[in-house]
Design a protein around this ligand. Structure first.
Ligand code: MN
Ligand code: MN
Length: 310
């Protein structure tokens, strides 16, 4: 890429981050006991589009022991419970360049230390990022911060590099000092750092129950019925390789047919599935996340929070 193209990519990352920052601020106000999570998610996703971006994945609203990958169904009845820890994870893309950010809203003062542990871990980690810094050193900082506050990190959830239309582009930024992670931060890259802190055992597992988030895995394979073909074409056209959910396909046909098509497309290998992840031992979970961009000059920009200067 030439300089002009690189500057254009940076502009897209920065714009996606600015939109994410604004909607994240509003999300804090939307999370109130008794409010339906489907209303919160749709409000955030609508605002992203109004501001000139697109959702890079369905808004995740994961409550208490649920750590990630919970997005509301079309007719979801779940409401925000009293005294809960609510993680809102938001993705925005501009021309495929992604801002990935998350905030935890705690609805009981007793949960503040758990939320602050994740937030402090993220701030300390961000301050240590520079070209050449080891990913596992970031993990060490995150784990130590959580431990000093009396909590554990979730070891099988991690930060990641971001690619064009790719949420996870291959590199892993662990939330602990993982000896098997050998990568280092490099210039001209975007990364998401996302500590998960818990009162539980420090691991998540896949929950049983219906899949809520999918992404395209392949475009050719086993024969498809007419409705399956229609749904798959819309997925390719609308989302490319980015994750999506049934709410984003509500206009394609009746809900029961849509659900049947998604299930069969996944079974035939066309779609990846992302099960809801819950804490082992049912501990509570908090999470904060910011996206950073390391420029060619080695500057580290927190795209999702202009108030953080490193
Ligand atoms: Mn995220
Ligand atoms: Mn992420």
């Amino acid at each position: 890429m030439n300089t002009e193209e690189i500057n254009d990519v940076i502009r897209c990352y920065v714009k996606a981050g600015e939109i994410a920052y604004r909607v994240k601020k509003n999300a804090r106000r939307l999370v109130k006991p008794g409010v339906k999570i489907v209303e919160i998610a749709e409000s955030i996703e609508r605002e992203i589009k109004e501001l000139g971006g697109f959702p890079a994945f369905p808004v995740n609203i994961s409550i208490n022991e649920v750590a990630a990958h919970r997005t509301p169904y079309i007719d979801d009845v779940e409401v925000i419970p009293d005294a809960s820890a609510v993680k809102v994870d938001i993705g925005v893309h501009v021309n495929g360049y992604i801002a990935d950010t998350a905030v935890t809203v705690v609805l009981d003062d007793k949960l503040i230390p758990l939320a602050e542990a994740a937030q402090n871990a993220l701030m300390k980690a961000l301050k240590a990022v520079k070209p050449g810094a080891k990913f596992r050193e970031i993990g060490k900082i995150i784990e130590n911060t959580a431990r000093k506050a009396g909590f554990k990190v979730i070891k099988n959830l991690s930060g990641h590099s971001l690619g064009h239309y790719l949420i996870h582009s291959g590199e892993v930024i662990p939330n602990y000092n993982d000896p098997f992670v050998l990568g280092r931060f490099r210039t001209d890259r975007a990364y998401a750092i996302e500590p998960f802190v818990t009162t539980g055992k420090g691991m998540v597992k896949e929950a049983k129950g219906k899949i809520q988030i999918y992404s395209l895995r392949r475009v050719k394979g086993k024969p498809l019925s007419e409705p399956e073909h229609k749904v798959l074409s819309e997925i390719i056209r609308r989302f490319k390789t980015l994750p999506f959910c049934e709410r984003w396909l509500v206009d394609v046909g009746p809900v029961s047919n849509l659900r049947a098509s998604l299930t069969s497309l996944a079974r035939k290998g066309y779609l990846n599935q992302y099960p809801v992840l819950v804490a082992v031992g049912r501990g509570l979970v908090t999470q904060f996340e910011e996206t950073i961009l390391i420029t060619r000059d080695g500057d580290v920009i927190v795209t999702t929070n202009p108030e953080i200067h490193l």
